[in-house]
Write a new protein. Structure first.
Lengths: 303, 267, 303, 267
C-alpha cells in the first residue's frame, strides 16, 4: 500500500508535508551526496530583502541545552541577485517553491511581493513577520494592528498565496493566528524563534555579537506543539508547524496537534538527513496505524 | 601517497573507533575506520563528528583531519578535551560508532617544490600534519615550529617530526626545546631561509604575526581559522568571520577554513 | 578569604543568593541525608491558596528535551493547615522564609496576604501571578492593568515586602517588570514556566491529563537569562532570576545578567544537591575572579 | 539474611557497575557496587538512577531494587530497555559510574509465617524478588506466578524460582509453562490454597483481577504501582495516582510504591 502524503496549502499541492524552515537549508549542491531537495514537499528560501544585507557581528550562534541561539541577522544578496542566482536553483527541483520575504516597512513587503510575483516562480510567499534579530523584525507579529495591516496590504498587491510566519513572543499566539487569517493570510507558519541570550561568565559579556538571539531546536518543541494545538481550533487556514522537530515522532506530534505541514529548522544542522527520515517516518506511521492519507490525522489529538 | 586534487561533496557516514589513546595531557588521539573520509579527504579539510544520541550537546563537533590511510580506510583525529562534547568523545571506547559529516571545507593547495613554514600551537598542530605530509611528498621543504605551554602538550610532535624536514620545539616553560616565544626565533629564520609560505594555526598571536610577516613582504601567510559551527556546510551562516577591508563576511566552513592571513579580520 | 555572598531583597538579608523556586522543594526531612535547607539563602513555600486543592488529573509531568512539562495544578492543604503544619517547618531553618500565594480573585490575594502577615513568620511574600496550570493563573501577569491592580491592592493591605512572580508569555517581560515596580512590588521573580504540550503519538491524545503544562528546566535557561537581562535596566528593584538553572555557571550567568538572587526549580529533581553546588560554585567563582562581594557582579554583563 | 525494619532517609550516592548482562531479550541485569543501598534498602523500595552527564534525557530513571548483598556492598537492578534512558544505561560497560538516589519509597511489610502469592508479568517481576526472598526467610510460603509474552522474556525466572516455594510459568504463546492467561489457573489455586495475601506487578489486568479477588473476600491484595517520576522524593507531586472513592491523590514515590490494591483507582 502506498500512503498518500499529499497536503494542500492554499491550493498548492505538496507531495509530502515536509519542508525546511526558512534560513536553515540552502538547497545547495554541497548536499548532493546526502539528500536531494527534490524529495521535499516544498523548498523554502531564506528570508529575502530588497537590498543586500551583511548579517550581524559574530559570534552569531551558540549552543544551548537541546537548542541553539542564533543572531545571524539574515544576510542576503538582495532580491535582484536572489532572482538571478538562487531562484533558478530553487525552482529546479520540481517541487513547490516558497519565498520568504521581509522588509523594514509595509512598502518593502508590498514591493517585494510584487517583484517575486512577477518572476512567476513563487508558489507561495512567506512573510517573515517574526525575526527577533532584526531592528523592526518581530514587531509585526507582536502588534495586532500592524500584523493585520501588513498582511492585508500584501494580499492586496499579490495573487500569490501568502503564509504569515508568526512569533511566539506574544500573549496568545492563537489570537495572532486568527488576526492573520482575518487579514487574508492563506496559511500561518508557527513558530519563529524565542528571544534569548547566553552570557560568557569569563568575559562577563553577552556571548553573541548581537547580545541576544533567537532560540530554536528541540528545547522549544513542546512550545511549538502548543502554539499549533491552540491555533488549530481557532482558524481554518492551514498551519505549517515549525519548532524543534528532531525526529519523525516530533513531526507526527505537530500534525496530530493540527499542522498540515511541518518545517524543519536547526535540526538540519545536526542531522543533514533529518528531512528524509521524517518523510519516511510519517509514511511508516500512517501505515502502521492503518491510515491511508495523511489528512486523516491532521489535528486529531483534539478529538 | 598520491596528491589528490578533485574535490568531493561531503558524506554523512558512520565511522568506528579503531584505536584511542590519551598520549598528551588533555588530548585524545582517535584512529577511525571510514573508507569515504580516508579516501577523499584532502589537507585543510575537516569533519563534523558526534558519538552520542542525545541532543545535549546538540551540535556535532568540528575537527581537522590529521592523517588519512586510504588503503586501510582509516583516518586520524586529535582532540583537545575542552568541554561537554569532547568529554563525551573521550569517554567512548574502541569499537564505538561515530556519526561523521565530511570531508568539509576547502583543501589547501599543496605547494610543490617550495619552502614552507608551519607555525602551530596546541591543538592547532592537528590542522597541519596532513598538509606537511603532502607538501613534503610534493618536493616541498617543510620547517615546523611547534609551540605549547609545556612539554606534554606538544601534540602531534611525532607526526609532525616525520612529516617535516626540520622541527623546532618551543615551550613557554622551557620544559622542552626553546624556552620562550616562537616568534623570537622565527623572524631570524625567515630572513635567512626566505620561505615561500607560512601556515599558522592555534594562536591569535601567531596569526597576527604571520600577517605582519606578509605585510613586510617576507613571505605569503595563511591561517587556519576556527569558529563556532552548527552545520559545517554553509547552511547556518553561523561561522562568519569578517573580511578585511572590503566589509562583509566569509563563512569559515564554506570559504575556509584556511584563509590568506590578510584577507580576514583577526581580532 | 571568605567571600561575601550576602544579598538584600527588600531589606531582608539572604546569606547567599540561592533559593528553591516555589513548588519544587518541600524542605522535608526526607532530604536529611542529602542537603539541609539551612544552607540556603531563603526557603520558599509552594504556592498556597486559601482553600485546599487536589491538583490536576495525572499524568502531571513529562520529560521534554532538556526540560519538563508539569501540570501539577498546585495541590495545597489550604492556608490554615499550611500555617499549622508546614510553616513551623519552614521557619525552623533560621533562614528567611518566602511564602508564595495565589488566588482566584484580587480579594483572595489580599485576604491571604493578611493571614500570612499575621503569622509574623513571612519575611517576604511572593505573588504567583503566572501559573499556566490554573484557571485564572497566568492572566494576572499577562494583562498590564490586572498586574498593576493586584500588586497595588496587596501592597495596600500588607507591610510584608512583596515579590511579583511574572510570566514570560507576554510581548515584553521588561515592561511587565516595570509595571510591577510602579505598582509597588519590592522585587520581581523572573520567570515562571512557558505553556507547552506533548502529544502521545500512539494514543493520539495530549500526554498530560490537563492537556497542556508549563515548560521548565535547562531548555528555557537562555530565555530566562534574557528576561532578567532586559528587565535589569528598566527597574531598580531586585530580580530573583529563575529558569533552567542546572549548574553554578547557569546561576552566575543569571547574576551577571542582573539577578540579585536565583531560584532553582526542576533541577532539584534531577540533582538533589544542586543548590549546595550552586552556592559553592558562586563562591569559588568570586574568589577565582577576585571579587570580594557578590554584589559586585550583579548585572555587570551590561557594562 | 536479617529482615530489616528501620527506615532510613535516602542518600545521593555514586555506584559502580560490577557486572552487566543481557540474559533476556530486551532486558539488562545490572549488579551495582554501593554500600549504602546494599545495606539499607528494604523490599518494595526503589532507586532513581542516571549514568550520563547530559540533560537529555534529563530525569533519572526509577527501578526496583531486585536483590541486595549487604556483606559485599552490592545490589541488583533488572532493567527493561524501553527508551532513551534505559538504552543509555544499556550502553554502559562494567566499571561505569552511576548516580543513585535511594533507597526510595516505603518498604512493604514482610509477611511472617503466612502464605502469599506473587502475580507478576514482564519487568514487574523485578519488583517482587526481594520481597519473595525476605518473606520466605520469615517463614512465609511463597507461590509465584510469572507471566510473559514469550519464553525469553521470563525475567527474574531463576531469582524468583530460588526465592519461592513454588513457581508457575505462564506464556502468551505457550513457549514455556502454561499457554494462556495466568488468571485462568490462579483463581482455582486461590480457592484451594487460601493465601493470606497476593502481590501483583507489571500488568493492569492483573491489578484489576487482584482487586476483584480481594472484593470477593478471597485474599488481601497489594499492587506495585509505576508512574512518571521526576524526583522520587515527594517534591514534584508529579507521580500522583487517584485515591479510590475518597478523592484526592497519593504520590506513588512517597505514599507507595506498593498500595493496598483497592485503595487506588486502577484505570
Ligand atoms: C574547522 C575547525 C577545526 C577544528 N579542529 C580541531 C582539532 O583538530 N582538534 C581540536 O582539538 N579542536 C579542533 N577544533 C575545535 C573544536 O571543535 C572544539 O574544541 C570543540 O568543538 C569543543 O567542544 P566541547 O563540547 O568539548 O566544548 P564546549 O562544550 O563547546 O565548551 C567549550 C568551553 O566553554 C565553557 N563554557 C560553558 N558555558 C560557559 C559560559 N556561560 N561562559 C563561559 N564559558 C562557558 C565550557 O566550560 C568549556 O570549557 C576545530 C574547530 C573548527 C571550527
Ligand atoms: C517505582 C518504579 C519502579 C520501577 N522499576 C522498574 C524496574 O525494576 N525495571 C524496569 O525495567 N522498569 C522499572 N520501572 C519503569 C522504568 O522506570 C521505565 O521503564 C523507564 O523509566 C523508561 O525510561 P526510558 O528512558 O528508557 O524510556 P522513555 O524515554 O521514558 O520512553 C518510553 C517510551 O515512550 C516513547 N515515546 C516517546 N515520545 C513519544 C510520543 N510522543 N508518543 C508516544 N510515545 C512516545 C518512546 O519511544 C519509548 O518507547 C519502574 C518505574 C517506577 C515508577
Ligand atoms: C540559523 C537560523 C537562521 C534562521 N533564519 C531564518 C530566516 O531567514 N527567516 C525565517 O523566517 N526564519 C529563520 N529562522 C527561524 C526558523 O525558520 C524556524 O522558524 C525556527 O528556527 C524554529 O524551528 P527549529 O526549532 O526547527 O529551528 C532561522 C533559524 C535559525 C536557527
Ligand atoms: C513541578 C513544578 C511545580 C511548580 N510549582 C510552582 C508553584 O507552586 N508556584 C510557583 O510560583 N511556581 C511553581 N513552579 C514554577 C517554578 O517555581 C519555576 O518558576 C519554573 O519551574 C522555572 O524554573 P526551573 O526551570 O528552574 O524549573 C513549579 C515548577 C515545577 C516544575
Ligand atoms: S557552520 Fe554553518 S555556515 Fe558554517
Ligand atoms: S516523583 Fe516527584 S513527587 Fe513522586
Amino acid at each position: 500500500m502506498i500512503m498518500d502524503l499529499n497536503v494542500n496549502i492554499a491550493g498548492v499541492i505538496l507531495k509530502n508535508p515536509v519542508m525546511p524552515a526558512s534560513g536553515t537549508y540552502e538547497c545547495d549542491s554541497i548536499h548532493d551526496n546526502i539528500f536531494s531537495p527534490d524529495e521535499l514537499g516544498a523548498v523554502v528560501s531564506k528570508t529575502i530583502f530588497i537590498n543586500s544585507r551583511e548579517g550581524n557581528t559574530p559570534p552569531r550562534i551558540c549552543e544551548t541545552p537541546c537548542g541553539m541561539l542564533n543572531s545571524i541577522g539574515i544576510p542576503t544578496e538582495g532580491v535582484n541577485n536572489f532572482i538571478k542566482d538562487r531562484l533558478p536553483v530553487l525552482s529546479g527541483f520540481g517541487v513547490p517553491v516558497i519565498i520568504s520575504i521581509a522588509g523594514n516597512s509595509m512598502e518593502d513587503f508590498c514591493e517585494l511581493a510584487g517583484i517575486i510575483e512577477n518572476t512567476g516562480k513563487a508558489d507561495l510567499l512567506e512573510l517573515n513577520l517574526s525575526c527577533p534579530n532584526l531592528h523592526h523584525g518581530i514587531e509585526w507579529a507582536r502588534d495586532k494592528k500592524e500584523l493585520y495591516r501588513v498582511i492585508k496590504k500584501v494580499k492586496e498587491v499579490t495573487r500569490v498565496p501568502v503564509i504569515a510566519k508568526l512569533s511566539p513572543s506574544v500573549v496568545d499566539i492563537s489570537e495572532m493566528s486568527l488576526i492573520a487569517e482575518s487579514a487574508g493570510a492563506d496559511a500561518v507558519a508557527l513558530i519563529n524563534t524565542y528571544k534569548g541570550m547566553k552570557i560568557d561568565i569569563n568575559k562577563r559579556k553577552p556571548f553573541l555579537g548581537n547580545i541576544a538571539g533567537g532560540l530554536s531546536g528541540p528545547a522549544i518543541h513542546p512550545l511549538a506543539v502548543y502554539a499549533v494545538y491552540s491555533s488549530f481550533t481557532k482558524i481554518s487556514i492551514p498551519i505549517i508547524g515549525t519548532g524543534g522537530i528532531a525526529s519523525w515522532i516530533d513531526a507526527v506530534e505537530m500534525i496530530l496537534a493540527g499542522a498540515t505541514a511541518v518545517g524543519i529548522g536547526m535540526y538540519n544542522f545536526v542531522n543533514p538527513l533529518i528531512m528524509r527520515e521524517v518523510i519516511k517516518g510519517i509514511e511508516a506511521y500512517l501505515k502502521d496505524n492503518n491510515f491511508a492519507e495523511i489528512t486523516e490525522i491532521i489535528g486529531i489529538a483534539h478529538l | 601517497m598520491k596528491i589528490k586534487n578533485s574535490l568531493i561533496k561531503p558524506f554523512l557516514t558512520e565511522g568506528r573507533i579503531k584505536t584511542r589513546k590519551n598520549e598528551y595531557t588533555g588530548y585524545l588521539d582517535l584512529l577511525i575506520e571510514n573508507d569515504k573520509i580516508a579516501e577523499h579527504a584532502m589537507p585543510g579539510q575537516f569533519v563534523m563528528v558526534r558519538g552520542w544520541d542525545s541532543n545535549d550537546p546538540v551540535f556535532s563537533r568540528p575537527f581537522d583531519i590529521v592523517q588519512v590511510n586510504p588503503a586501510k580506510g582509516l583516518f586520524r583525529l586529535i582532540i583537545k578535551i575542552a568541554g561537554k562534547g569532547t568529554a563525551m568523545l573521550n569517554s567512548l571506547r574502541a569499537g564505538s560508532r561515530l556519526l561523521i559529516t565530511g570531508p568539509l571545507g576547502n583543501p589547501v593547495e599543496v605547494p610543490h617544490g617550495e619552502k614552507i613554514i608551519l607555525l602551530v600551537r596546541g591543538a592547532g598542530a592537528a590542522a597541519v600534519v596532513y598538509l606537511a605530509e603532502s607538501a613534503k611528498k610534493a618536493g616541498t621543504e617543510v620547517f615546523t615550529f611547534l609551540s605549547a605551554s609545556t612539554r606534554n602538550r606538544l601534540v602531534c610532535r611525532d607526526y609532525l617530526k616525520d612529516a617535516s624536514n626540520d622541527i623546532n620545539i618551543i615551550t613557554d616553560d622551557g620544559s622542552d626545546g626553546y624556552h620562550g616565544d616562537a616568534r623570537d626565533i622565527l623572524e631570524g629564520f625567515i630572513n635567512k631561509s626566505k620561505p615561500d609560505r607560512i601556515y599558522t594555526c592555534g594562536s591569535k598571536r601567531f596569526a597576527r604575526f604571520t600577517g605582519e610577516l606578509e605585510k613586510k613582504g617576507l613571505t605569503k601567510g595563511y591561517v587556519f581559522l576556527e569558529s563556532y559551527m552548527a552545520c559545517g556546510m554553509g547552511d547556518c551562516h553561523g561561522c562568519a568571520v569578517k573580511k578585511r577591508g572590503s566589509g562583509g563576511y566569509f563563512l569559515v566552513c564554506k570559504d575556509g577554513p584556511v584563509f590568506p592571513v590578510n584577507s580576514v579580520e583577526l581580532d
